[in-house]
Design a protein. Sequence first.
Lengths: 276, 296
Amino acid sequence: MSEITSVARRRAKSTSARLKTVLKNLFNLGNLRGLCAIVVFVALWQLVIYLQIPYLKNLPYPRAVAHDAAGAAVTSDYWIHWGLSLMRIFIGFIAAQVIGIPLGLAMGISRTFKQFSFPLFEILRPIPPIAWIPLAILFWPTRELSIYFLVFIGAFYIQVINVIQGVSNISVSLKWAAFSLGAKPGDIFWRILLPGSLPSIITGMTVGMGVAWNVLIAAEMIAAKGGLGRTTWESYTNHNIPFIVVGMVSIGLAGSLCSALLRWLGKQAMPWTKKF
Amino acid sequence: MTNSASAGDRHTAGDFGEVRLEGVSKIYEKDDDRLVALEDLDFTVQKGKTTVLMGPTGCGKTVLINLIAGYEQPTTGAVYLDGEPVREPGCDRLVVFQESALFPWMTVYSNVTFGCQVQGMAEKEIKQKAKAILNTVGLFDFRDKYPAHLSGGMQRRAELARALINDPKIMLMDEPFRGLDAMTRQLMQDFYVRLYEKEGHTNLFITHEIDEAIFLADRLVIMTFQPGKIKAEIEVDLPRPRSFKMMATPEFMKIRAQALDLLYEEASKALAAGRKSAFDLVGALATTKDSCQVAL
């Protein structure tokens, strides 16, 4: 009996200890410094309006933006826009990884395949994703599909290039060592080439995610129904200036949320890069 | 790959590992550049002995190791291991590379057991062997660490363990202690000489450092600068077990003076020829050519 309670107590203790560490991590000096910069930025924004600096007179007060944001946050519409944008990002982005990573690996590993595919790839790559908008709209049966496609294009080329680079960066002595130790081609792929190119894959994802958001917002403003880009644009056409800023801040938050997710993913996938 | 080295068929280290090179040349050609790295080389690594190879940078020492390991093929001639021609890399000849070739994404344990894993050894047996070898190199408590979290000396010991666990017939040591600080280097030399004196495995060891060479060697082989040939062989008959104190003995000094004279001749030639560029060419050709060969 006493054993059970002691276990329970220990467990309770560990939860409260965990909460303590979470709070400690949240309010460490680094984060407080970051918060400080945000506060200063808002103060400057307020100051700019207060001083009536020319060309910036249409800027809404931080207070008005905060008011609109608070109002929006309790409506389901606002969160539907978030959901729509995030869904478009994830579908396009994941498709880009699912197709881009194997393609990059194949191009990095097989010289013959690279000789076939790389020239075509290099001609298509410089076409900005935005330039694909007209064709994407004509080509795909629904607007949603064309937006997925555009996001895909945004993340795809960058990932392929990164994976090729990642494979070629793996030192030849690692491959030699593995062969000597009796590795077969399958082992070389799964145990050497794939983990060896993982840092580049994660970089490709991080950069690709940035471009994907760029493309998504442009595509939404031009072609979409709903989404954070669209709602920002509609605020402009409705001359609802505070809500333009709400939309922009929302996009910024959504983007940094995605980056944080990738950073976390990178850390989980590559424990060997951890620094002490 | 016959020595999957289960407990039963473990050979006695030192009974195997005789490497014979017969008329071996290695010539790199690319466009108009032509580099004769090794020319008509006849050379034997005696089994159960530590053969140390010295020579100026660019004399083809690393190429020699690559040929024995099977990473590269000789342009002419052939390499034999215990009478069998060498055709491809195998775990009977294991290399400890100049720069660490530990897999950065694997823990010490996974690195050390990599050979056993890919050869399909039973998990229980792997665990047993790993424990023994990790204890030998003093890394058992560090088995779950990644290479980046180890000191230079520990990395070298992990790499030694990764080779030794496979019970290779010959260890090919390509300047393994280069880049370590003086103290760690000395500790590693001492560690290595003890290990050799205990296990007696066949060794081919490359180094630039004369004292390290004599301290470890049964036989010291000095190579000429381009094209790489054998210039001289010196028997090092210092008694074993070796100790650092021997470095002050007249016998040691005599061998040292003899070897330095020979090395100096070759180093001067290398310097006159602008060895840096020559070395770079070998390096560039070796990586471009052979990386494609061993890539899938």
